[in-house]
Unconditional design. Structure first.
Lengths: 150, 151
C-alpha cells in the first residue's frame, strides 16, 4: 500500500481530533467530502486507522496515578507466557500490556487512585500473577504524544 | 462533581468511541439529546478532553517499535528541558514520557526496519543531550491496549 502526503495530512488531523467529519476535514485540506471519505475509508480498511482513543482527565475522574511496570517472568515457556497474559489482561487497572524484548518481558501501564491504591494493585493483583518475577515501577510524571513521522 | 450517569456515559464512550450518539444514549437509557448535552458539558468542564485517532504504525511501513529508557545526567540544571526539546525534533519519536523512579525519561520510537532504527539510534538518539544511560526494549507484541480508565 502506498500513501501520499494527503493521507498523512488526514492522519495528522485525525490524531489531533478524531471526531472531525469528512466534510470539515476536506475543507481544511481542499478536498471534496466524498474524496476525503474514500481516503479515510481506505486508511481504515488497511488498518492504518486502528480506532480511537478517548482522552479523559484522569485526575478529575479520581485516577491520580499512572505507573509503568517492567515485569520479568521467573519461569518461562509457552504455557507460562499464556497464563501470565490471560491473567494480566483481566486486571481492570492495567491499561496496556506489551510483550517486549530486553531487560523485561512485559511492560504494563497501570492506573490507580493514589499511591496507596497502587500499592494494593501491585501487591494483590500484580505480585500474585502466575510466573511473575522481578518488577520495576516508574511513576509517570508527564506524557506527551507527538504526530510522528507523517 | 460527576454523577453516575456521567460515569456510565464515559464508560460506554471509552469502550466504543465510534458508536453513534443514538446508540450510546440507548445503552445509557437516555434520550440522544440528553446524552449529547451531557457530553458537551463534560467537554466544557475539561473532563472529556477529546478523541484521537490511533495509528497503527506497522501498517504504514514502520515495522519496528522500540521503547528507549533514559537516565539523564542531573548535574546539568536544564537536562530534562534540553533533552525533551531535542527529542521533539526527531520525527520518529511518537511519545515522550517522564518518570519518577529508576528511569527518568522514555521515548517511543518507530522505524521502518532494523537498518533504519540503527541509523536513527546512532545519529539522532545517542546525540541527544545529557544522556547518562540508555536501555532499549523492543516491542514484540501489544497484548492489551485499551487505555480506558476503570470508571
Amino acid at each position: 500500500m502506498s500513501w501520499d502526503t494527503t493521507d498523512f495530512a488526514i492522519l495528522r488531523a485525525l490524531s489531533a481530533d478524531a471526531t472531525m467529519s469528512a466534510g470539515a476535514l476536506g475543507r481544511e485540506l481542499g478536498l471534496s467530502q466524498p474524496a476525503t471519505w474514500r481516503r479515510i475509508k481506505r486508511l481504515q480498511d488497511e488498518g492504518v486507522l486502528a480506532g480511537r482513543r478517548v482522552d479523559l482527565d484522569a485526575e478529575a475522574l479520581g485516577f491520580g496515578v499512572a505507573v509503568f511496570l517492567g515485569v520479568k517472568l521467573a519461569t518461562k515457556g509457552r504455557v507460562s507466557l499464556e497464563d501470565f497474559e490471560r491473567a494480566v489482561t483481566a486486571i481492570p487497572e492495567v491499561q496496556t500490556v506489551q510483550h517486549v524484548l530486553g531487560l523485561y518481558d512485559y511492560r504494563l501501564r497501570v492506573v490507580a487512585r493514589d499511591l496507596s491504591d497502587f500499592e494494593r494493585v501491585l501487591r494483590r493483583r500484580i505480585m500474585t500473577l502466575p510466573g511473575v518475577g522481578d518488577v520495576e515501577a516508574n511513576v509517570l510524571l508527564s506524557e506527551e504524544r507527538l504526530a510522528g513521522p507523517l | 462533581m460527576l454523577d453516575d450517569t456521567d460515569r456510565r456515559l464515559l464508560r460506554y464512550l471509552q469502550s466504543d468511541p465510534t458508536a453513534p450518539i443514538s446508540e450510546l444514549a440507548e445503552r445509557c437509557a437516555m434520550q440522544p439529546a440528553t446524552a449529547a448535552r451531557r457530553l458537551e458539558k463534560l467537554g466544557a468542564k475539561g473532563i472529556l478532553k477529546g478523541q484521537h485517532a490511533v495509528i497503527d504504525w506497522s501498517k504504514l511501513g514502520f515495522a519496528v517499535e522500540v521503547s528507549l529508557r533514559f537516565t539523564l545526567d542531573k548535574t546539568a540544571a536544564r537536562a530534562f528541558d534540553e533533552f525533551q526539546d531535542a527529542a521533539r525534533l526527531i520525527p520518529e519519536v511518537i511519545a515522550i514520557q517522564t518518570f519518577l523512579g529508576r528511569v527518568d525519561l522514555r521515548l517511543s520510537v518507530v522505524a521502518r526496519d532494523m537498518a533504519h532504527y540503527q541509523s536513527l539510534y546512532r545519529n539522532q538518539i545517542l546525540t541527544l543531550p545529557h544522556i547518562a544511560e540508555v536501555e532499549a526494549l523492543m516491542h514484540v507484541a501489544t497484548i492489551k491496549t485499551t487505555e480506558t480508565l476503570p470508571i
